[in-house]
Design a protein around this ligand. Sequence first.
Ligand code: AMP
Length: 192
Amino acid sequence: MRLILLGPPGAGKGTQAARLVAKYGIPQLSTGDMLRAAVAAGTPVGLQAKAVMESGGLVSDEIVIGIVADRIEEADAKKGFILDGFPRTVAQAVALDTMLGEKGVKLNAVLEFIVDQNALVGRIVKRAEEAKAAGQPVRKDDDPEVFKTRLAAYNRDTAIVAPYYEKTGLLKKIDGMQPIDTVTEAMMKALG
Ligand code: AMP
């Protein structure tokens, strides 16, 4: 199973990805997680990505495409994967098509979480509070002002990725404003 999860930041992609991991036994490939790990480790990629991530902008297509190309070559991704946070631009989607084409494999579905953007700032504030209460690190970009920049980046560069997949018939729209378990049910049903 090869899946893509699309939707603005705070739409629930990470939460739902964890449930797909449990069901299908395939890894969640979150470019955000990979980039945060690179920043924490101080790698050359991390050094380049740090400032742009903290400001809420998008890391360059070149860097992100390189990370994903390496990651999908790893053994655990051979059976399938759930892409979370990638592709975020049409150029990334085109690059992914090329990568998969070269490997002779196809995507099974692209799930788009449809959400009311006005509700997202509240969700992000809650995510930051919950992380803090659990003693986990709070993401620097889960700040209401930075979040607005992330949402603007989504609307400018990423919103057009869903129509790209709609043309291929792979896109499945899921109402992401429902309770978490209901979203999971809708998602599993859409995957058949
Ligand atoms: P996320 O965890 O998906 O919200 O990503 C956090 C941040 O990492 C984003 O705001 C971007 O700065 C960067 N990022 C993650 N994935 C991508 C991507 N596919 N393309 C460009 N930047 C990305």
